[in-house]
Ligand binder design. Structure first.
Ligand SMILES: [Zn+2]
Length: 173
């Protein structure tokens, strides 16, 4: 910002700038809310689905260093809102929404099961052990689905749905 001699002008200019930032944030938030409503509505209306499995991102959301940048804050806020909307809409359609631990879901190979962060390079997943290739988000989403299915089969988790239901994947972008 260039220097303006009079205190009065500087204050007014700063106020205008702050207002512009606040307006942009409001607009972005409104846009994300609309997107979330649209997506969750469609997901909840899918009659072929019995369960949606989401990563439990509570820990990530409460990390202090995550909130500094607006985009990062917006995406955490947006995913929290997405989850909340999906849950209440799915409840109306008798679809389950469950959470699993996000540990290693993006580093684990969905084919050989080996955890290796070297296998993931941004959006690409190429397993350095068995050569399995996939979009990193798709590989992670399959791990989320399988982790949930395994935990149910072994009876570790306190989920009370019948075994053998269809599981669909939702992965935050
Ligand atoms: Zn592999």
């Amino acid at each position: 910002m260039h220097i303006i001699g009079r205190r009065y002008s500087r204050t007014r200019s700063a106020k205008r700038k702050l207002k512009r930032i606040a307006d942009n944030e409001k607009r972005e938030k409104r846009y994300m809310t609309d997107c979330n409503h649209c997506i969750t509505k469609r997901l909840a209306a899918n009659i072929d689905v019995q369960t949606y499995v989401l990563e439990d991102l509570t820990g990530i959301r409460t990390q202090k260093n995550k909130g500094k940048k607006f985009n990062s804050w917006l995406s955490s806020w947006s995913f929290a809102q997405f989850e909340q909307q999906l849950k209440y809409k799915c409840e109306l359609h008798a679809i389950n929404v469950v959470n699993i631990s996000p540990r290693y879901t993006s580093q684990t190979c969905n084919v050989c099961g080996i955890i290796d962060k070297e296998s993931r390079n941004k959006s690409r997943y190429v397993c350095v052990h068995c050569g399995h290739r996939d979009h990193a988000d798709v590989n992670a989403a399959k791990n989320i689905r399988d982790t949930y299915a395994r935990s149910k089969q072994s009876g570790q988790a306190a989920f009370n749905q019948p075994i053998g239901e269809a599981i669909t994947i939702v992965q935050p972008v």
